[in-house]
Ligand binder design. Structure first.
Ligand SMILES: [Zn+2]
Length: 462
């Protein structure tokens, strides 16, 4: 994921009124020159930012976003840009486009961008006719723009200085910040959903639900997983947002995510008619999403090691809970912990996903680089995880001795071959065996999803 931290970018000092007026004059001259030179309608893009501080990192990012939207919209409409000029500095950001199209048509596209979302409210996209006159929103039948603070016509409020500049600036920055945070949360949550879809689609998976069958399960099939994943999609955004909003020590973040976690479990059970498809993964991916949000929201480094380190701090209290006697009926994880000392999803997260970091992710990256499909690479990664991980789901269903025997068989096979086709055959053969022994390595499947998730966000050296 491209990481660019606003805090690290230089903060410009506020421009004086004289500088702002001078810059305005220069921009008007620039517009006149472009109109004279190219004889085409002109798009003039600036940001609506009150006060003297026009250039700051969030504003620069907002300007880049606007530029991208304008370029894309013109491209979509098949409108060539004869020339683009930019003027960026302490007095703010401005972009000028001489375009090959009727001015009214361009103004309609510009208005659509201005109205496309919260950030659009901060865009000022003027369109000048060939003769230099400006097309107003009224000219194309649109209502005038409204004030960010009170919703009355914006021009009225700015002319009468109806609101203190600081209030308008604060509101403006809030719009920018929350918009970029939402984009970020959306990107991370999308990777979580994509990882869950990849995991369930990988086939064949011994004992697990895949595209060919239900493994050792009788109460769920691949459609149960689709139902659950669709219901969980918005929940992952919430975990990221919890992390983004959180200030304090990461180990206290788990407590503030707890309610979001319960809501996610409710959403899953409602969608599946009471079947537990993803409880462990809600925890693992939830912690990862919260960790990503925490680092991003607190301006900390966002490399993968930092994310895994944050996970271990966030999940640490959950590991402590396993050591206390559980109230009520024990979960798979609690049963496995009390019987075999396995710490499951909670333990993996609290240790910073060591099996993913040292085994699964390097293997997935190298197999993908060698040209294997996500499916075949996923099968190989899963087999390696089964051979190494103490899977609480599998143990709670089949008992420790059976699971150990199966593990050593998988280890032996993996030491004999790494041929992708043979691994697929091995997985298919194991599926029969796992079904007869009632083994479902759900914990390893969860780690496979975590591996996919990290590979999407951190593709590694190319
Ligand atoms: Zn107002």
């Amino acid at each position: 994921m491209a990481v660019r931290r606003e805090e690290e970018m230089p903060e410009e000092s506020p421009a004086t009124l004289k500088e702002i007026l001078y810059a305005r004059e220069l921009r008007t001259n620039c517009q006149r020159r472009l109109l004279a030179e190219f004889g085409r309608p002109l798009v003039s893009f600036t940001l609506n930012i009150a006060g003297g501080r026009k250039a700051f990192p969030l504003a620069e990012r907002t300007f880049r976003e606007g530029k991208w939207l304008i370029a894309r919209e013109l491209e979509r409409a098949g409108i060539p840009v004869a020339v683009y000029r930019e003027d960026c500095g302490r007095t703010g950001y401005a972009g000028f486009y001489a375009v090959d199209a009727g001015a009214e048509r361009v103004k309609r596209l510009a208005a659509a961008i201005e109205e496309s979302g919260p950030l659009g409210r901060l865009f000022d996209i003027d369109v000048l006719r060939r003769d230099g006159t400006k097309i107003s929103r009224e000219d194309i039948g649109l209502p005038e723009r409204t004030c960010l603070i009170c919703g009355k016509p914006a021009l009225l409020c700015s002319r009468s200085a109806a609101h203190p500049v600081e209030e308008v600036v604060r509101k403006t920055q809030e719009i920018m910040r929350s918009c970029f945070q939402e984009q970020y949360a959306g990107r991370v949550a999308q990777s979580a959903v994509r990882a869950m879809l990849y995991e369930v689609a990988v086939t064949p998976k011994p004992g697990l639900v895949d595209r060919e069958g239900n493994g050792a399960h009788r109460d769920m099939d691949i459609f149960t997983f689709f139902d659950s994943i669709s219901a969980l999609a918005p929940c992952f955004r919430r975990f990221v947002q919890e992390g983004l909003d959180f200030r304090g020590e990461p180990r206290k973040l788990l407590a503030s995510c707890r309610y979001s976690g319960l809501l996610a479990e409710d959403a899953m059970f409602r969608a599946t008619g009471g079947v537990n498809t993803h409880k462990g993964l809600i925890f693992s991916l939830g912690v990862l999403c919260a960790a990503m949000g925490y680092l991003h929201g607190n301006g900390l480094p966002e490399d993968m090691d930092a994310v895994l380190e944050a996970c271990s701090e966030i999940a640490a209290p959950a590991r402590g809970e396993l050591e206390k006697a559980p109230k009520g009926p024990p979960t798979h994880g609690e049963k496995a912990y009390s019987e075999c000392g396995f710490s499951g999803a909670r333990g993996e997260a609290a240790k910073g996903f060591p099996h993913v970091k040292s085994i699964a992710l390097p293997l997935l990256r190298s197999l993908r680089k060698a040209g294997l499909s996500p499916n075949d690479a996923g099968v190989a990664v899963l087999l390696h995880l089964i051979s190494r991980v103490d899977d609480t789901n599998a143990v709670s269903r089949s008992g420790l001795a059976t699971y150990r025997a199966v593990q050593s068989e998988v280890q032996k096979c993996l030491s004999e071959t790494s041929e992708p086709k043979e691994l697929l055959n091995l997985a298919r053969g194991l599926n029969e065996k796992f079904i007869s022994l009632n083994i479902s390595p759900g914990g390893c499947a969860d780690l496979l999803a975590v591996t996919f998730f990290l590979s999407f966000l951190f593709p590694g050296p190319q």
